[in-house]
Design a protein around this ligand. Structure first.
Ligand code: SF4
Length: 293
């Protein structure tokens, strides 16, 4: 019997908890974002289809009847359409009827593909891309070394939407600290309003290697937010959204406040919940978020 094991660490979005995960790439092709330590232990590598085939076959047996497939690692969508199309074809051949294939992507990974290629990938089941845009603020995008601008972000994501591929967009609460908090919230809302993605989630900045390590990598003055200030920034962001039927979740392990709803239908209710959290947490003892210590 073949032996199958993942190249650790492996990350996946919360919504892919029941998906079969196929590591089409290892690590992240960018691997330079100031706040991200997910793949710093890995060298980026594209995996060969010949190596993937036996894994896909074995996973199709282990996960018999699974409905969703997630392509890992960091931004498997960096693969060219020429490489991705045979992988998706093999997944379809081995797994049979599946509802959705998804992957993390950077806007530049979408822009590097033609409209026809995106549509072909969509036909093969690639229906959702997770894009951590982190912020819609250009200054902050530069300070965190994201390698994207608000324009490339909007252009890339709208290109995916036009090809019928949905997106799940992530914003990081507290990313710019006190100095950039307002422009982060305001410009992120502007970008999200332009995109109107199917899914939106907010995570909270967490620093596994500590504040000093992040401050050394952040190309500006980073002053951490208190828990109350994090909630206030989130409130500003949610208040400024003008969205149509966007499923919003704040259910990542990094979040102190779990929120879920549909924007804009549940906007007032979400703001009310944040206000309550601000009121209760104002009595709290944490001068800054414990995730940033
Ligand atoms: S692109 Fe994503 S995975 Fe890669 S370094 Fe940036 S945040 Fe991390």
């Amino acid at each position: 019997m073949a032996y199958f094991s993942y190249n650790e660490p492996v990350f996946r979005p919360p919504a892919e908890a029941n998906s079969a995960i196929i590591q089409a790439t290892l690590g992240c092709s960018w691997n330079r974002c100031a706040f991200c330590e997910m793949y710093t232990s890995k060298k980026f590598k594209i995996r060969r289809l010949d190596d993937l085939k036996p894994e896909i076959e074995e996973l199709s047996r282990i996960y018999s009847g699974v409905k969703k497939i997630f392509l890992a690692d960091g931004n498997a969508f960096v693969l060219s359409a020429n490489i991705l199309i045979p992988i998706l074809a093999e997944i379809n051949r081995q797994f049979g009827k599946i509802q959705r294939i998804s992957s993390y992507a950077l806007p530049k990974d979408i822009l590097s593909k033609t409209d026809d290629e995106l549509r072909e990938l969509r036909v093969l089941g690639l229906k959702l891309l997770y894009v951590g845009i982190e912020t819609g603020d250009d200054e902050l995008l530069t300070l965190i070394n994201k390698g994207e601008t608000s324009s490339s972000t909007v252009e890339g994501i709208l290109k995916a939407h036009n090809a019928g591929i949905n997106t799940s967009i992530m914003i990081i609460n507290g990313l710019g600290g006190k100095k950039y908090s307002n422009q982060h919230a305001t410009n992120s809302a502007k970008v999200i309003n332009t995109l109107n993605p199917k899914y939106l989630s907010t995570l909270t900045l967490s620093l596994p290697y500590g504040l000093n390590h992040f401050q050394n990598r952040f190309d500006g003055e980073y002053i951490p937010l208190s828990v109350v200030e994090l909630f206030e920034e989130l409130k500003t962001f949610i208040s400024l959204t003008e969205l149509n039927n966007v499923i919003y979740r704040s259910n990542h392990v990094s979040n102190s406040l779990i929120l879920s709803g549909t924007l804009s239908k549940d906007k007032e209710n979400l703001i009310h919940q944040i206000d309550n959290a601000i009121r209760i947490t104002s009595r709290d003892v944490y001068p800054i978020s414990p995730l940033m210590l």
